[in-house]
Ligand binder design. Structure first.
Ligand code: ZN
Length: 405
């Protein structure tokens, strides 16, 4: 840690210890300020059980209340002071500048501004801070997005990849030439557009082709009020290290070497209302500290390979479903697929892959062996059977992994 980061850490530690009931208890007797690596980690379970005990300021200083997305368990309530909202705006400004946006850009914000989400608010604040023109079309109507593309000639769009594909489908169906349109940058949130080697996955390639735009991935966590966005090099999301400190830890809580996948553990700097210290996000990814081609020297977070609790155990090896998904996506003759995990024993899961398309089971098995180093059970299935599993009735998001363990 540099001197500046040491100072940011010390201020964060003192603030949390003095004002949050949870941290006062956790850090009792820790004096002087310990090394960041020496304080205990905190996970989502604790955060959910003690949610408001993390609050460091009186309620009258709160100006925004949001909730987490709730992909794992009940959504948490997250509160921000005026200074926290300004910090959020600065973070997004830095992220968008990293993606190459300038005050000359007009940007469609095709994500939800309401429903207690932080993302839409953060993007809107960041665009304002940077001086771009924001067009809040929201995530509901592809026709409205196309209409605004025609009328105001935006140069960029922020959306989840699946909605970018929905807009592209609508453009195709209505004869709208999206590819030669004005939008030259698509900032993609919430779903991966790259695989672990940083190559665009099927979704990323489809968006790039349909929109004729450069795609940028951005990764954000509500409770960190922070996002990491790719620059034009597309080599991981840049960390703004005066706002956030990241560690990548293995299953035993030890740091892994640069470039190795582990759990993303984060400490927020400069947060007033609800600071987090060594927070285990449950997301797994690798961090690189080598300088980027763009000239920035801050660490870069590579694509999230999965949630820690999705990790599969297979005959002595451990791997993420995304590794198998990447092989399937790149194998010719695979139209759709779903990966199913079941608990076989304490030491091993059973993995079944259902595939729709012309690819033979033999070809798929060879590809799995060569690239994922495992041989799961593979069988053909109808499009309907796969769709039922991928999109069960109450689901909001399509999934390619079904965990029955
Ligand atoms: Zn860069």
């Amino acid at each position: 840690m540099s001197d500046t980061l040491e100072q940011l850490w010390a201020a964060t530690f003192r603030h949390a210890k003095e004002h949050s009931p949870f941290y006062r208890e956790l850090f009792r007797g820790m004096n002087p300020v310990p090394r960041l690596e020496d304080v205990p980690t905190v996970d989502k379970r604790v955060l959910s059980e003690r949610n408001l005990d993390f609050l460091c300021v009186p309620r009258e200083r709160i100006v925004e209340i949001v909730t987490t997305s709730g992909t794992t368990g009940q959504p948490l309530v997250w509160m921000l002071t005026e200074a926290d909202v300004r910090r959020l705006a600065l973070n997004e400004k830095l992220s968008f500048a990293c993606a190459g946006l300038t005050p000359r850009d007009t940007v469609l914000v095709a994500v939800a501004m309401d429903r207690c989400f932080i993302a839409g608010l953060a993007y809107w604040l960041g665009l304002r801070e940077l001086g771009c023109a924001a067009v809040r079309v929201g995530p509901a109507s592809p026709l409205l997005a196309l209409e605004m593309i025609q009328r105001v000639q935006p140069t960029a769009i922020i959306a989840v990849p699946s909605f970018l594909r929905v807009i592209a489908d609508k453009a195709r169906a209505t004869g709208f030439d999206l590819k030669n349109g004005p939008v030259k940058k698509a900032i993609c949130i919430g779903e991966p557009i790259r695989d672990r080697s940083l190559a665009l996955n099927a979704s990323g390639r489809a968006i790039k082709a349909a929109w004729g735009a450069r795609v940028h991935s951005t990764y954000g966590v509500t409770e960190l009020a922070n996002s990491l966005c790719e620059c034009d090099a597309g080599a991981g999301g840049h960390l703004h290290d005066e706002q956030l400190h990241l560690e990548i830890l293995d299953d035993d809580g030890r740091p892994v070497p640069d470039g190795e996948v582990g759990e993303v553990v984060a400490t927020t700097f400069g947060v007033e209302a609800m600071p987090l210290i060594r927070y285990r996000t449950g997301d797994c990814a690798a961090l690189f500290r080598t300088p980027c081609k763009c000239g920035r020297t801050t660490p870069r977070l590579w694509p999230i390979v999965g949630r820690k609790n999705q990790k599969l155990k297979f005959k002595g090896a451990s791997l993420f479903p995304s590794t198998l998904a990447a092989v399937l996506e790149q194998t010719e003759g695979v139209e759709s697929f779903v990966i199913i995990a079941r608990r076989e024993s304490e030491l091993s899961d059973s993995i079944e892959v259902l595939v729709h398309g012309a690819a033979s089971v033999g070809t798929l098995r060879e590809a799995m062996q060569a690239r994922a180093k495992i041989a799961p059970h593979i069988r053909h299935a109808s499009r309907e059977e796969i769709e039922t599993l991928a999109m069960p009735a109450p689901a909001r998001k399509r999934r390619t992994f079904v965990d029955l363990r």
